[in-house]
Design a protein. Structure first.
Lengths: 320, 184
């Protein structure tokens, strides 16, 4: 079929008048088509984005370091991996050697068997998986939250409940620049030398032990009288022992009776809630309801009468 | 009086040739790989086309997954796994199981297939009650509904554990006995 000469002429004129834009449009189209084909032919290499950032601390607002430096993050991860590996393989000596001297001494009392017992309890003879998350970083200590759990992938949680154990590890360098860790939420300790005394009682605070979520004080009580001194028994209306911190007083969390017989000395640990990475520092310990008594039974029914007949009642503060 | 002849544009012909070449190139690019209708394909060619289609589909799924949150991706993987089971493609579903889980509970494909036929409804729908990440694994609490028999069917809750190796590349395990009916 012959093309209409008039139409042919119009096309020719159109091309003659507009060949430049037509050429450009076609060239652009061709380039785009080729790019599209090239990209479609490539395998997609995007990586899955997850919220798993083990070296970015959760509590960065209170941390002195925003996140674990990249130069050491792999070293820390490998260190924890090695520790868990030793525990899984029951190589307790190797795991013990990775624990800091401070943790060995003040948390385990240099008792290797206690450490083994602790690990065995955590790992209960099964191969465990673990997951780490940097929590906060305080003065050269990198605190990781470590979750230890059964190999859920291998079991699909068949006949199991979804639970895991959780504790804080503190990773740091020792004086020889070797990596060491504190486990079991133990963060560190400090020698202290605080004392308060009156005619009845002498109290000395000799040591501070920091766990991640509470602070413990080693306290010596000395009864300087021939009477019974009651410091804590839960039989008064008011709180008995507290830690002054900022504008608040945090009660002693140990539910223990502290009663000193005439002339008796006792060394005890008093614990208070305090996160290791919190900014607030304790101001002291307050013994708010100390009673000096001759007759003390510890009986709820007679407590009120006994307190009324006390020789003396006082409050004592050890300021830090 | 001299007649003024229209002067020929020297660029006209090269332009037309260039346009023609471009059109031919586009046609070649578009038609590359496509066969004319009516031509018969060998089995190898069919397999190649299938593989290519599969590959293309995989790329599109990966692109789609890359835009999803990790929670949405886990739901996709879990749903995909049970869709494969719904479609009775047991071999494919078996290949997605975590190797140690397979050793523990389904040492052979036949074990797996028998278990699914005996314990799983013929068609299931999932709803997710909880998703938690533990390092690089995810634990999903899933309600499985028997879509054919509704409330009278075999409905149960189970755990699904996933590990994402890459986009659309995962291994899976589930609480095997959750689907097993208690003896009446």
């Amino acid at each position: 079929m012959a093309i209409n000469p008039d139409f042919r002429l119009k096309v020719r004129h159109f091309i003659r008048d507009h060949y430049k834009p037509v050429l450009i449009v076609l060239a652009v189209f061709l380039v785009l088509a080729m790019i599209n084909r090239f990209l479609m032919g490539r395998d997609y290499t995007g990586k899955p984005i997850t919220t798993f950032n083990p070296n970015v601390p959760i509590l960065d607002s209170t941390s002195s370091v925003a996140s674990v430096p990249k130069e050491v993050s792999n070293e820390f991860e490998n260190f924890i991996d090695k520790y868990v590996g030793y525990c899984n393989n029951r190589n307790y000596v190797a795991a013990w050697n990775m624990v800091s001297e401070d943790c060995k001494k003040n948390f385990y009392g240099n008792n290797y068997d206690l450490f083994v017992k602790y690990v065995q309890q955590k790992f209960d003879g099964n191969t465990k998986r673990y997951a780490i998350q940097n929590y906060s970083n305080v003065d050269g200590q990198y605190i990781y939250n470590v979750k230890i759990f059964n190999d859920f992938l291998a079991t699909g949680l068949t006949n199991q409940t979804y639970t895991y154990q959780e504790e804080k590890f503190s990773i740091s360098y020792d004086k020889d620049k070797n990596l060491v860790c504190s486990v079991g939420n133990y963060m560190g300790s400090n020698k202290l030398n605080y004392m308060a005394s009156n005619d009845y009682l002498r109290v000395e605070v000799t040591n501070e032990i920091d766990k991640y979520s509470f602070i413990m004080y080693q306290v010596n009580f000395i009864n300087r009288t021939n009477h019974i001194i009651v410091i804590q028994d839960g039989l008064t209306d008011s709180w008995e022992i507290g830690m002054a911190i900022g504008n608040e007083v945090r009660p002693n969390v140990d539910d223990v009776q502290i009663v000193l017989q005439p002339g008796e000395s006792k060394e005890l640990i008093l614990s208070f809630d305090k996160f290791y990475d919190s900014v607030a520092e304790p101001d002291g310990i307050v013994f708010n309801a100390v009673r000096v008594m001759d007759n003390y039974t510890g009986n709820v029914e007679t407590a009120e009468a006994e307190i009324e007949n006390a020789i003396d009642k006082f409050s004592m503060t050890i300021a830090f | 009086m001299a007649v003024k002849r229209s002067k020929k544009n020297p660029y006209l012909m090269p332009a037309i040739i260039a346009i023609a070449l471009i059109v031919v190139l586009i046609a070649i690019i578009t038609l590359t790989g496509k066969r004319k209708n009516g031509a018969s394909l060998t089995e190898t060619e069919i397999a190649k086309i299938d593989a290519k289609n599969q590959e293309q589909q995989n790329i599109e799924i990966k692109q789609d997954l890359s835009k999803k949150s990790e929670q949405e991706r886990m739901q996709y993987y879990c749903g995909n796994f049970f869709n494969i089971i719904n479609s009775k493609n047991y071999e494919k579903a078996y290949s997605l199981l975590y190797s140690e889980y397979k050793e523990n509970y389904f040492p052979t494909l036949a074990n797996f297939e028998r278990y699914l036929k005996e314990n799983f409804p013929s068609n299931v729908a999932l709803s997710y009650t909880n998703i938690e990440r533990l390092g690089d694994i995810y634990v999903l609490s899933v309600s499985v509904k028997d879509t054919v028999n509704g409330n009278y069917g075999h409905n149960f809750d189970m755990y699904v554990v996933l590990q994402e190796k890459d986009l659309n590349d995962y291994v899976i395990s589930f609480s095997r006995n959750s689907a097993v009916r208690e003896e009446e």
